[in-house]
Write a protein that binds this ligand. Structure first.
Ligand SMILES: Nc1nc2c(ncn2[C@@H]2O[C@H](COP(=O)(O)OP(=O)(O)OP(=O)(O)O)[C@@H](O)[C@H]2O)c(=O)[nH]1
Ligand SMILES: [Mg+2]
Length: 430
């Protein structure tokens, strides 16, 4: 948690949500999403001093919640001495501006709050670049509001007339920043791609842990590998990917990564900006989707994660649904199924079964095969010596090798296999 000394002033915020029949489920606010918003506020270092949840047929185009409700919120702001209003729904730049004018305190929406948390939390260079990029993209369409606001206050002297206005200068400045950040990120991405290639050459399968924020991803990685990633009961604790090796069985060692958590109404710019980190998902051989079954909203949360997995191009990646926090689960139906496992990352219950399922998915036993490797690809032989069990090597027209390999290794050696193994269909479809 962000440390707050007693002198440090915490923002006092009134939370506002709108539930309109014309909005979709994911655009609407309800009691659960308001509770989540309060947790986000807490994580950002603020304090919730009041809450207004309104039902309405359709949002008001100017103020989103309508004049009457604005007055009510303003009264609450004044009586509670709040210095901020946070909306659960996404506000357009012009609504945000109108509300700031009317309420007389700063007005944020959920996206801005999440961006702020990410900015506080990002530790690695890549993480910081990604957040900064998302923040500038969020800011760009909102600049206009800031300037018209100032112009009105300052009587517009010197802000009109020929030449470039301050607004245009600022926009240009921010666009420049955005392209610089995109370039920097591209560079980081290249480094990442090289690391990934090296890993693939090593034939080590990659397992990525994904899930809603606070589901227990870091706790699971810690428990499995003895890593000591901080795992706290707050949202977006982890923003940077941590990878560790994990021995599943004698024949199967994997790389396993913790990733940034998902949340509903995740700002689009943030998903875009974090694509580099999240790209890892689409390169993984297996996803572990961690679900917090102690949360009454787990079904909705799991659906949000499913949607993002598809958006990130990892829909085809094999997946195991890991129903976590079984020690807290009070329902009487224990989730089960071929690709489902119920565990407690905290107590360790069910982890043996999870390891077995990972092994089954990635390592369906050893296969004795004969490979023929051209001399100009001698690196493959080195790799076999390193990674697999080589039983015989003959040097003829090509190097003929008899070796014992796992299916994952074989999938990547498919071009050299002469006999002993027929690749399943998925290995031929790139
Ligand atoms: N009772 C119980 N608590 C758990 C279990 N697994 C995790 N927790 C708790 O849930 C909270 C969140 O755990 P984390 O591992 O930080 O969750 P995360 O998915 O990494 O969260 P973010 O990094 O914020 O996305 C912590 O307080 C953990 O101690 C479990 O199996 N049982
Ligand atoms: Mg975490």
């Amino acid at each position: 948690m962000t440390e707050h000394t007693t002198e440090e002033k915490r923002n006092r915020a009134v939370l506002v949500g709108l539930n309109a029949s014309c909005l979709s489920r994911t655009e609407n606010a309800d009691e659960e999403s308001m509770a989540e918003l309060a947790a986000l506020l807490e994580t950002a270092g603020g304090e919730c001093v009041g809450e207004v949840l309104q039902n309405k047929d359709a949002p008001d185009p100017r103020t989103f919640i309508g004049e009457g409700k604005v007055r009510e919120v303003k009264e609450l702001v004044q009586s509670m001495e709040a210095d901020m209003v946070v909306f659960d729904n996404a506000l357009s730049p012009s609504q945000q501006r109108a509300l700031t004018d009317d309420l007389g305190v700063s007005v944020l929406d959920r996206s801005a709050l999440i961006l702020d948390i990410f900015a506080q939390r990002a530790r690695t260079k890549e993480g910081r670049l990604q957040v900064e990029l998302a923040q500038y993209k969020y800011l760009l369409p909102r600049l206009l509001g800031m300037w018209t606001h100032l112009e009105r206050q300052e009587g517009a002297i010197g802000t009109r007339g020929p030449g470039e206005t301050q607004l245009e200068t600022d926009r240009r400045h921010i666009r420049k920043k955005i392209s610089k950040l995109e370039e920097d990120l591209e560079q980081v991405r290249r480094v990442r791609a090289t690391q990934r290639e090296r890993r693939i050459k090593n034939e080590v399968p990659v397992v990525a842990i994904v899930g809603y924020t606070n589901a227990g991803k870091s706790t699971l990685l810690n428990k499995l590998t003895g890593a000591d990633i901080p795992a706290n009961n707050r949202l977006f604790d982890t923003l940077d990917t941590t990878t560790r090796t994990l021995e599943i069985s004698d024949t199967c060692t994997v790389l396993i990564s913790d990733t940034v958590g998902f949340i509903s109404k995740l700002p689009h710019h943030l998903v875009e900006a974090f694509k580099a980190t999240l790209e890892e998902l689409s390169f993984a051989d297996l996803l572990l989707h961690v679900i917090d079954t102690s949360n009454p909203e787990w079904r909705e949360q799991a659906a949000v994660v499913e949607k993002l997995i598809v958006e990130l191009g990892a829909a085809q990646t094999p997946r195991i649904d890991v129903f976590n926090k079984s020690d807290l689960y009070v329902g009487d139906i224990v989730p089960h199924g071929e690709d489902i496992v119920s565990i407690s990352a905290k107590t360790g219950a069910g982890l043996d079964e999870l390891l077995k399922k990972i092994g089954d998915r990635l390592d369906t036993g050893a296969h004795r095969v004969v490979l023929r490797i051209p001399y100009d690809q001698g690196g493959v032989l080195d790799m076999l010596h390193r990674e697999a069990k080589v039983e015989r090597v003959d040097y003829g027209e090509a190097i003929e090798v008899e070796a014992v390999c796992t299916p994952i290794q074989l999938g990547r050696l498919k071009d050299f296999i002469v006999s002993g193994w027929t690749p399943p269909k998925e290995f031929w479809e790139d």
